[in-house]
Ligand binder design. Structure first.
Ligand SMILES: [Zn+2]
Length: 247
């Protein structure tokens, strides 16, 4: 099976394997921690495993005018680019922020329109909203998005097919910061992510608390300099998924 981004890249054992993984997701519709190890083992490209000299930095759920500009400023200060997986409903309200993300040299991917779980949405809804969000990203930034990350990491056959139709390659993550919780702090985010900071990793953080505990974005923002610094100290480049050389 080929995906739009990169044109001819192949992603593991094609739809049969993906359908099996969707089945796994069905069993574990909550946080994807229990089934992500299987994804990483069977479909490293889907998990976001990339080149062993690079770490991909990704942010979900924005753009949010209260918080995203702070992340953009910090990334600028760090000399770092990232991939932002935006929600259509947020980008629709704040298109100028989408343009600002793109103008900063960052990449924009699709996270959906609302933050819905593919396994509980009525049939057809996720596919339609995924397409609507992809079209909006293209209209706002002038660049068609290349990546799709489903909310909660839950893929369904419907969203996989819709992503392919819109030229979006599904990608999850290899390590998350648990930055969305009420008790998260910069220290807790660094501690959660440090074991996974290695070449080829895809890091998941959030540039907003839109779907998280109020104020939780402070934890991700505060952790950023140490996370980027740790990668660079290990000789790893940090950047967006387009530079990641995803398997
Ligand atoms: Zn999300």
């Amino acid at each position: 099976m080929t995906w739009g981004n990169g044109g001819t890249r192949r992603i593991g054992p094609a739809l049969g394997g993906l359908a099996g993984l969707a089945g796994l997701a069905l069993l574990h519709a909550g946080p994807a921690a229990t089934w992500l190890p299987a994804v990483r083992r069977l479909l490293p490209g889907l998990a976001g495993v990339g080149a062993d000299t690079h770490v991909a930095l990704t942010f979900d759920d924005g753009p949010d005018p209260r918080t995203t500009p702070r992340f953009l400023a910090e990334l600028e200060r760090l000399g770092c680019r990232a991939t932002f997986f935006v929600l259509g409903e947020m980008l629709d309200r704040h298109p100028e922020l989408g343009r600002r993300i793109a103008a900063g040299g960052h990449e924009i991917g699709v996270h959906g329109w609302h933050h819905d779980n593919a396994l509980v949405a009525r049939p057809g809804r996720m596919a339609a909203e995924l397409g609507r969000a992809a079209d909006l990203v293209a209209a706002v930034t002038g660049t068609a998005p290349g990546w799709y990350r489903p909310p909660y990491g839950v893929l369904s056959a419907e969203t996989l097919i819709a992503a392919r139709l819109h030229g979006l390659r599904p990608v999850l993550w290899t390590v998350w910061g648990r930055d969305w919780t009420r008790s998260a702090s910069p220290d807790s985010v660094v501690a959660a992510m440090t074991p996974g900071l290695r070449g080829g990793a895809t890091l998941l953080l959030h540039d907003t608390d839109h779907t998280s505990a109020p104020g939780s974005w402070h934890a991700a923002l505060g952790a950023l300099p140490r996370l980027v610094g740790a990668c660079r100290s290990a000789g790893l480049r940090v950047g967006p998924l387009r530079d990641h050389g995803v398997c």
